[in-house]
Design a protein around this ligand. Structure first.
Ligand SMILES: [Fe+2]
Length: 207
């Protein structure tokens, strides 16, 4: 940890002692993400909280509200996550209303809540402003850390599968309906807060 002149103290011999580690700021997670309270399975809701707490404890960010959506999208991650939750639930409700197609709301909520939690450890504040990728961000696929923590905390595989596949950068496409809803809702929200990165390419195939 870097020395901090403001918190450094002096030993009896006058040498500067190592500064005391600054305690991690505590975060009222349910205030930032009240949708956790909508998960009916209270044990699953607690696992979602535990994953966020685990990643926050390992994060180099100190202001939870300022963690960005990505290195190229400075927009804060929390309203992005909440918007994806709202859109995903609206799509699931529409499927049920018009087609009678059911989805697992707890899986949908837990996966939405955790899909971008890894941003806490994939990026860190950069000197002079902005963010940069951490070693985790450079070396592992996006969402790897949230998936790893979710498995360690007993989050069901159906949720972990969506965490790992929710991004276009993932190796696999989500297999479940809940995962597909989140995949597209996430991309729709990125269009709102950042812009449309998709391009249409026309392919002409020989017979
Ligand atoms: Fe993501």
């Amino acid at each position: 940890m870097a020395r901090n002149a403001r918190t450094a103290t002096r030993t009896a011999k006058g040498r500067a002692a190592r500064p005391a580690a600054r305690p991690r700021p505590t975060v009222d997670l349910d205030r930032f993400l009240p949708e956790i309270g909508q998960i009916k399975d209270k044990a699953l809701a607690d696992k979602v909280r535990a994953v966020w707490a685990d990643l926050w404890a390992r994060s180099e960010f100190r202001d939870f509200a300022k963690v960005p959506t990505s290195g190229s999208i400075a927009y804060p991650n929390i309203p992005h996550t909440r918007s994806v939750i709202a859109m995903a639930c609206a799509i699931a409700d529409t499927y049920a209303r018009f087609h009678g197609i059911g989805t697992d709301r707890d899986v949908l909520l837990a996966a939405c809540l955790l899909q971008d939690a890894s941003k806490l450890v994939e990026y860190r504040p950069k000197k002079g402003g902005g963010v940069e990728k951490t070693e985790i961000g450079k070396n592992y696929p996006h969402a790897f850390s949230a998936a790893q923590s979710a498995l360690a905390h007993g989050v069901p595989m159906s949720v972990v599968h969506i965490i790992l596949t929710h991004s276009p950068s993932a190796a696999k496409f989500p297999q479940s309906l809940e995962g597909k809803i989140i995949y597209y809702a996430d991309q729709l929200d990125v269009i709102a807060i950042h812009g449309d990165d998709f391009v249409k390419e026309q392919m002409i195939y020989r017979r």
